[in-house]
Every structure is written in structure tokens, then in C-alpha cells.
Design a binder for this molecule. Structure first.
Ligand code: C5P
Length: 222
């Protein structure tokens, strides 16, 4: 089975690239960040704090998560405990809290099993922070996609503005900085480029250029 692991910091365009790549190759796309976000959503709804490891472990060990095939907009809907929560996972409150929850050992242990199970029996593209280094160490192709923080903040700013959401560029930049710092500095499975991952700095690249580069790399490793 083919597996492609894509990691990198927040807002680097991983999920956009992963989704298009999966479609092009006929692979299934799995957004691992959405699973951490889903746990964060449940924790907020249930009033479980990021410091409450027992409460978080209970949530992580009991979630049932599924990804639908792409809908008419190419989006894989996220079904959490039978409820479609896709539209609730990308808000400020989730962004602010997710990395504090993602550093909890019990959460990561439970998600490791879920992510590996989702990858079984499928050709998949999975994106996240520790996919190449921890979740799928034997992936056929590993990519580490990044861009300067200014560029990543600008992309997120433009995306939200296009949706008529009122946001401040400096706030976005500082949010991304904080999240990256927590993800890089945590003890368990921090954000890191796997030794055998290809580094792609997309600061000055368009999506099509990034895709072309990935296809070129994939051909080389085949
Ligand atoms: O990819 P996305 O920005 O949706 O991820 C949200 C958060 O989930 C990350 O900032 C990180 O804290 C956590 N995450 C993780 N490991 C992964 C994927 C996401 O810790 N494999």
C-alpha cells in the first residue's frame, strides 16, 4: 500500500497540497490535525482543561472518528461520534487550545493507534506534525513542507479575508508562532523533519509549482 507523509509547521499549506495530491494519485487523504482538533472540540464542550490529563485521556480513548469521501467541494467531512463537526474545527478557540492538548501523552498514544488504523489497507496521504517521524515511519515518501512565518500568516490572513472573516495579520502571525513553538518544544513526538523527508520551502512557490515538485520527487523515489 502506498503512503505519503506530509509534515510541517502551521499554515504551510500542507492540507491543501495533501488534498490535491491525494485526488491526483487516487489516494485517500487523512488530515491528522483534524483528529487533534476534534478532541479539542470535545474537551471545550465538556469543560475539560488542557491540564486535566485523565479527562483528556478519557476523551481520546473514546472518540470514534471517520473521514467521508470528498464532498462536492473536495472536502473530506470529519464525522466525530456520528456527528459532522467539519465546520467547527477551524475556529480561533480551537487554534488557541489544540497544541496544549496535543502535547498530552495519553492523547498522543490514543491517536497513534487511530491514525495507524486509518492508514491500514489504503493508499493514503496523511498530513500532520509527526507523521513521517512517528506515525508512519515506513511511508513511501516523506515531505516536510514549510514557508516563512510571514508568508504563512499572509496566506491564512488572505484565506480568512476571502471568507469575510475580520482578522488582524499580527494576531494571526503571533498565533502561528505560539502554536509552532508548542509543537516543536513538546517532549513527545515534537514537530520535526524526519531525516529521510524531503524539505520543501514553499515561500516563493505557487501550489502548482509545489505539486509539480512533489510529483518529480515521487518519481525519483519510486
Ligand atoms: O494541522 P493542523 O494545523 O490542523 O493541526 C492542529 C494541531 O494539532 C497542531 O498545531 C498540533 O498541535 C496538533 N497536531 C499534532 N500532530 C499531528 C497533527 C496535528 O500534534 N500529527
Amino acid at each position: 500500500m502506498g503512503t505519503i507523509a506530509i509534515d510541517g509547521p502551521a499554515g504551510a499549506g500542507k492540507s491543501t497540497i495533501a488534498r490535491i495530491l491525494a485526488k491526483k494519485l487516487g489516494y485517500k487523504y487523512i488530515d491528522s490535525g483534524a483528529i487533534y482538533r476534534a478532541i479539542t472540540l470535545l474537551a471545550i464542550e465538556q469543560g475539560v482543561e488542557a491540564e486535566d490529563e485523565i479527562g483528556l485521556n478519557r476523551i481520546a480513548n473514546n472518540i470514534k472518528i471517520e473521514f467521508s469521501p470528498p464532498d462536492q467541494n473536495g472536502i473530506n467531512r470529519v464525522i466525530l461520534n456520528k456527528v459532522d463537526v467539519t465546520d467547527k474545527l477551524r475556529g480561533g478557540i480551537i487554534d488557541k487550545n489544540v497544541s496544549r492538548i496535543a502535547r498530552v501523552k495519553g492523547v498522543r498514544d490514543a491517536l497513534l493507534i487511530i491514525q495507524r488504523r486509518l492508514a491500514e489497507d489504503n493508499n493514503i496521504v496523511m498530513d500532520g506534525r509527526d507523521i513521517g517521524s512517528r506515525v508512519l515511519p515506513d511511508a513511501e515518501l516523506k515531505l516536510y513542507i514549510t514557508a516563512s512565518i510571514e508568508e504563512r500568516a499572509q496566506r491564512r490572513f488572505t484565506e480568512l479575508k476571502e471568507k469575510d472573516i475580520d482578522v488582524d495579520y499580527e494576531d494571526i502571525k503571533s498565533e502561528i508562532y505560539k502554536r509552532d513553538k508548542l509543537d516543536k518544544e513538546r517532549k513527545i513526538s515534537p514537530l520535526v523533519k524526519a531525516e529521510d523527508a524531503f524539505l520543501l520551502d514553499t515561500t516563493d512557490m505557487s501550489i502548482n509549482e509545489v505539486l509539480a515538485k512533489i510529483i518529480e520527487i515521487k518519481k525519483k523515489v519510486e
